[in-house]
Design a binder for this molecule. Structure first.
Ligand SMILES: [Zn+2]
Length: 279
């Protein structure tokens, strides 16, 4: 079984004592790739995930400014992001979006979100979206600034219902489901996972947060993506091996990364990112 954890915070301090072991357990559980989210503690450090991707052949990286860090940007932030987007192991911008839960002013978040969508479009990179208590505004901005590009977009840790799922799917986006999908009360999220077409589905942990059953409340880790995979395979009435293969293929297509993890991938120029035979 080949799995992908399409969203993990491997740089988190909670792994400082046993990061190597955690990554090893993921590999034993069949996790082929891990997409390390590079928002870290926010600017000026934008390389939290790049450091890990440079070290492990099966870890790929994103770069980006999380909406809750929007106030930390400085004059160099976007220039540095543009530079990092040329790094061969950086495969997406994220997580970016809007978060009205933690009190970062909307006026600070909106321009940072827009600028990062522009950067992603310029380099033809997919984006990974974080949205919290800001669903309508996030969708409006994606509809205006992103959907017309036709480029990839992942709704990370999708926790909406079937109607919200359809709204994203209609815009051509991917939905990434995590541990919350396994919780007993997540009936509507499971319905969203059931109706998502097989070619738009991704799996993630968002570790160290939101561990799936039976580890709910504990520190999450990439290996546990297997529990979410089993739960979603069951909902969809397919063998878990099939779901794993589908979600892995979706991830590879999304990031235009089809080679073995240790092959020397070309830099992220426009040509290589467009890929061949992809739509
Ligand atoms: Zn995250």
């Amino acid at each position: 079984m080949q799995l992908v954890d399409s969203h993990c915070h491997l740089d988190d301090r909670r792994y400082d004592d046993d990061r190597e072991t955690v990554i090893g357990r993921a590999r034993e559980a069949g996790v082929e790739y891990m997409l390390a989210i590079g928002t870290g503690e926010g600017p000026p450090d934008l390389e939290a995930a790049v450091r890990l991707a440079d070290r492990y052949p099966f870890v790929l990286a994103t770069v980006g400014v999380h909406p809750n860090d929007a106030c930390k940007i400085n004059l160099n932030t976007f220039e540095k992001l543009a530079e990092l987007l040329r790094h061969p192991r950086v495969k997406a911008i994220g997580e970016i979006g809007l978060d009205y839960h933690w009190g970062t002013p909307k006026e600070a978040q909106v321009p940072v979100f827009v600028r990062q969508m522009e950067l992603a479009a310029e380099t033809r990179m997919p984006i990974v979206i974080h949205t919290r208590d800001a669903w309508r505004d996030t969708l409006d901005m994606l509809r205006a600034h992103w959907a017309p590009t036709g480029l990839g977009c992942v709704m990370h840790c999708f926790t909406g219902d079937a109607a919200a799922a359809r709204e994203c799917l209609d815009l051509g986006f991917h939905l990434s489901f995590g541990g919350v999908t396994t919780f007993p009360k997540s009936v509507e999220i499971r319905e969203a996972a059931r109706i998502t077409p097989a070619d738009r589905l991704l799996l993630e942990t968002d570790c160290p947060y939101l561990a799936p059953l039976p580890y709910r409340g504990k520190r999450n880790e990439p290996a546990y993506v297997a529990y979410t995979a089993r739960a979603i395979a069951e909902i969809r009435g397919v063998p878990v091996e099939q779901l794993a293969a589908e979600t892995t293929a979706n991830f590879e297509r999304l990031i235009h990364f089809a080679g073995p993890p240790d092959s020397s991938t070309p830099p992220n120029d426009v040509g290589s990112n467009l890929g061949v035979g992809l739509n």
